[in-house]
Design a protein around this ligand. Structure first.
Ligand SMILES: Nc1ncnc2c1ncn2[C@@H]1O[C@H](COP(=O)(O)OP(=O)(O)OP(=O)(O)O)[C@@H](O)[C@H]1O
Length: 370
């Protein structure tokens, strides 16, 4: 198996030493990666996953970065079990998570406590499924290593959110990535431990691998909005078989417009907006042309609904009582969906403009009300 990084990715000795010290830990490590925006958290996480996979068959990845998740479109908090090495460390690739929750926003800013609730819930799932070790039973679960990627919002409330995450997860290793602009970095040392000292936690402080002309670690700007749009488009590209001739955004927009949508009886599902109250009379107007989470509500008020994927609401016929939804989810999965979750994930504007159609999702005839 090969774990050598892609040619464009530079792995400094500090990075490989940190990764090697994590994989040689005596218990399967739980590693949390943190640092300022764009410092290289995701790149290090991909590299670490690859190194872990050279030692064990599977590793779990908890993604808390709702703005730019690794394996899902934006808006999700998810747990993915990874079995294959990622050959190209420069780009994220879509994978089907084992469990995901649709937070529905690209930052925790609007609702930090709900966001933390989602993270606690999905981390509890990991603990239940992959950390339980009962020698008394004939068949016990193997403890799976975990990599936790975090958002780059590390100031103000973003800092408090990160501290909460660290206290709840109690990782065995924390990788803190620094950049040369000191005031954007996290505080030195084990900043989340209020005074007490825990020797069992290993803190690895490394620097961003990107450097300026003076060899100082630097921050690389990404166009976050464009990256998000590309992720959403890559997700909906999965509506079409591999090998289909959909090589441009124009072709994708056109194909989605002409894609036969699923019909979902309105009576069979609940519609919920995770972040705000929508007046009953406005629900269908707010839903039309929007991206929704396709979720399964579980019993018990404390259980958050697992989300199976995303859909675009293509049209609504209130006379027939039907919603028309485009999604790459297979019919078998869609049949389980009993909840549509609205959020703030926007349909990329380039998908709303299709040659030969006037705003396909917005035209007057897509919301039949009489
Ligand atoms: N070791 C490296 N070698 C080459 N390029 C790198 C390296 N580390 C990061 N980069 C580049 O820098 C940019 C930011 O990296 P990355 O996405 O990993 O940062 P991040 O901290 O996860 O960002 P965010 O805070 O937005 O989640 C990317 O374009 C990435 O390819």
């Amino acid at each position: 198996m090969c774990s050598s990084p892609s040619p464009d990715i530079f792995i400094p000795p500090q990075w490989s030493q940190a990764a090697n010290s994590i994989v040689s830990s005596s218990t399967p490590p739980i590693t949390l990666i943190c640092g300022a925006k764009n410092c290289g958290k995701s790149t290090f996480a991909r590299y670490l996953l690859n190194i872990l996979l050279t030692r064990c068959n599977r590793a779990a990845f908890l993604d808390t970065d709702v703005g730019q998740p690794e394996f899902t479109p934006p808006g999700f908090v998810s747990l993915t079990v990874v079995q294959k090495i990622t050959p190209d460390l420069t780009i994220p690739c879509l994978k089907t998570p084992e469990r995901s929750l649709f937070f529905g926003d690209v930052s925790s800013k609007r609702d930090p406590s709900a966001y933390l609730n989602y993270i606690h819930s999905i981390y509890d799932y990991y603990q239940r499924e992959y950390r339980t070790f009962d020698k008394g039973e004939k068949c016990y679960k193997i403890q799976m290593p975990l990599v936790v990627n975090t958002p780059g919002w590390v100031k103000g409330v973003g800092y408090d959110v990160l501290v909460d995450m660290l206290k709840y997860i109690c990782p065995t290793h924390i990788v803190k990535i620094g950049i040369s602009t000191e005031d954007q970095n996290l505080p030195a040392g084990k900043f989340w431990l209020d005074g007490e000292h825990d020797r069992s936690i290993k803190l690895l402080e490394i620097y961003s691998a990107r450097q300026d002309s003076l060899n100082r670690p630097m921050l690389v700007q990404k166009d976050a909005r464009l990256m998000r749009d590309l992720r959403i488009m890559a997700y909906f590209r999965q509506c079409f078989p591999r090998g289909s001739d959909i090589s441009t955004i124009k072709k994708l927009a056109h194909s989605l417009t002409f894609q036969c949508p699923y019909q979902v009886p309105i009576a069979s599902i609940k519609i919920r907006n995770g972040h705000r109250e929508v007046p009953r009379s406005e629900i269908f107007y707010s839903l039309n042309a929007s991206i929704v989470g396709l979720a399964v509500e579980s019993e018990g008020a404390e259980n958050l609904p697992w989300c199976l994927g995303l859909g675009i609401v293509r049209g609504i016929d209130t006379v027939k009582g039907m919603l028309y939804v485009i999604t790459p989810l297979p019919f078998g999965s869609l049949k389980k969906v009993n909840l549509l979750l609205q959020g703030y994930i926007q349909t990329p504007s380039c998908l709303l403009q299709v040659q030969g159609c006037i705003s396909p999702y917005m035209s007057t005839n897509v919301l039949t009300t009489s």
